[in-house]
Design a protein around this ligand. Structure first.
Ligand code: NG1
Ligand code: ZN
Length: 509
């Protein structure tokens, strides 16, 4: 099934899927009369796995109908493939004489080169024209597709153009940071032994001395995602191997395709502190809200989260920051769609995947403030900061490189240490567990996956368990990317969160 992460499994069984996704991307391009992207990656999965995802014209995920076609094509027997293609062509009334353009990118997995070759062959066999970007991060490919289809309005569709746009905006932002010491400009980065590390190396010359990155797990000797990377750090709640963590020092981890980022540090007692997607969303939305106030702009802004968002973050955003918070189902496309309903939508999954979306009308209002002779200096400064914030952000999808630059700029401008950022609110202790069951699909959920509708009695059992603990919350949902049921629990102490997660797991089993 083409799920939230596209197709993802052991690389050995994927070549025909890749070829067929090349075919499907070509059809999608003919249908939309636009360039479509195909990214070969399995993100944070082990090196042995691989996967593929299609990118729609504006850099978004493909629509549910086309996800359905992807599933049909992938499952067709060889003899039925032509029929399956003809079926899609007929249903979508595709004009086969229309030109097709497909951009292809891949991560650093050893299987990615030949698998992306299979995609390219799929594209050419339906007469599509392709451009092979080779090794790129997932968000870079999304960015290229969007640039191409907006005829350069979003930027230049090259990797070099991407670095230039982001780094120029970053350098303009950082000029507003007075008294920034060399120590504060230093960041330790765990590249998960993946593509992100390679691309940060490429980008470094564009950053000048404004950000000094010590790169660990750069792929030179470690294994991709093995005991490192954003997913490992978030789920294990401990630092990656291969990174020397000095007390108080700001560190971050990318995942295997560089679309997720988490920050962390260890305190003077050696205790590990994680700053996940919720902390990132809080930092970014606070910064933007302050600038909007300074600029005198009244726009509707929301932070979009999933059920995995720490309860403390939701409470802080709603009660202290007074921003609208929306909760959606897990999976970036759900968050992205809800964020699009607002003038400004800041969306982050707790695991560190997220970005900021700004409507055209907000961009225009900011430009007017900059151009207007009547704006006072404070307003103009805030408007310029907002404009550079927009330019450093990759609005097409969550992007570890872009998020990192924005976070580094915000911390520098606010003169904030990682400890001060962490202290904005205190996370509720929490635990995530996986449970293997015969058929995870028997669990049906509602209310953005926070309540189980079936099997009968499960939600009542969870409710009864939650009542035993204070500040507690728990939910279960079938994973969209693994054959497991995920259990989440939070409570006032780690012991309670662990016990609750364990008890709820037993109720699922
Ligand atoms: P599943 O396996 O459906 O929980 C995981 C992540 C999602 C998202 C997708 C796609 C968690 C709890 N779930 O989904 O947030 O990133 O993978 O990669 O982190
Ligand atoms: Zn990823």
């Amino acid at each position: 099934q083409y799920g939230t992460a596209g197709f993802r499994t052991n690389a050995k069984v994927l070549d025909h899927i890749m070829f067929r996704m090349g075919l499907l991307a070509t059809l999608r391009s003919k249908k939309t009369k636009a360039t479509i992207g195909v990214m070969v990656t399995a993100s944070h999965n082990p090196e042995e796995d691989n996967g593929v995802k299609l990118v729609d014209p504006m850099g978004e995920m493909v629509t549910p109908t086309w996800e359905g076609y992807a599933t049909q094509l992938a499952n067709a027997e060889d003899d039925d493939l032509l029929m399956a293609l003809k079926d899609i062509i007929a249903k979508e009334e595709i004009n086969m004489s229309q030109e097709a353009h497909v951009f292809v990118g891949r991560d650093t997995r050893s299987s990615s080169a030949s698998l992306s070759q299979a995609v390219l062959e799929g594209v050419s066999s339906l007469g599509g024209l392709n451009k092979d970007y080779g090794l790129v991060t997932t968000p870079q490919l999304h960015y290229m597709v969007c640039c191409q289809n907006t005829r350069g309005k979003y930027g230049e569709a090259t990797v070099e153009g991407y670095y230039k746009k982001l780094c120029q905006a970053f350098i303009k932002l950082i000029k507003n940071a007075s008294n920034c010491t060399d120590d504060q400009k230093h960041l330790s980065l765990d590249g998960a032994n993946g593509i992100g590390a390679l691309k940060v190396r490429e980008m470094e010359s564009h950053l000048g001395k404004e950000l000094q990155i010590s790169l660990y797990n750069d792929g030179s000797n470690g294994k991709l995602n093995y005991q490192c990377g954003a997913d490992f750090v978030k789920v294990q709640q401990k630092p990656p191997t291969g990174l020397e963590i000095k007390p108080g020092e700001r560190c971050c981890s990318f995942d295997g395709d560089a679309d997720r980022i988490v920050y962390y540090y260890s305190d003077s007692e050696g205790k590990f502190h994680l700053l996940d997607g919720d902390k990132i969303a809080t930092l970014i939305s606070t910064f933007i809200k302050e600038l909007l106030t300074q600029a005198g702009l009244n726009v509707n802004m929301a932070v979009v989260q999933t059920a995995y968002a720490n309860g403390s973050s939701t409470r802080y955003l709603e009660e202290t920051m007074k921003v609208t918070v929306k909760c959606t189902k897990t999976g970036v496309k759900h968050l992205h769609h809800v964020a699009q309903e607002f003038d400004i939508g800041v969306y982050f999954e707790a695991n560190g995947h997220g970005t900021v979306l700004l409507s055209k009308s907000v961009e225009d209002k900011i430009q007017q403030l900059i151009d207007s002779p009547n704006s006072d200096d404070e307003k103009k400064r805030a408007a310029l900061l907002l404009q550079n914030t927009i330019n450093v952000v990759n609005q097409t999808v969550g992007d570890a490189i872009s998020d990192m630059l924005l976070i580094e700029a915000i911390l520098a401008i606010k003169g904030m240490t990682v400890q001060q950022w962490d202290a904005i609110y205190t996370d509720l202790p929490n635990r995530q567990l996986k449970v293997k069951v015969a058929d995870r699909r028997v669990i049906d959920t509602t209310d953005a996956e926070r309540r189980a509708l079936s099997p009968a009695g499960l939600q009542d059992a969870i409710d009864a368990l939650v009542k035993k603990y204070s500040l507690a919350r728990s939910f279960v949902r079938p994973s969209g990317t693994e054959d497991v049921v995920r259990v989440y629990a939070e409570a006032d102490t780690q012991e309670s969160a662990d016990a609750l997660a364990h008890e709820v797991s037993l109720a699922v089993y």
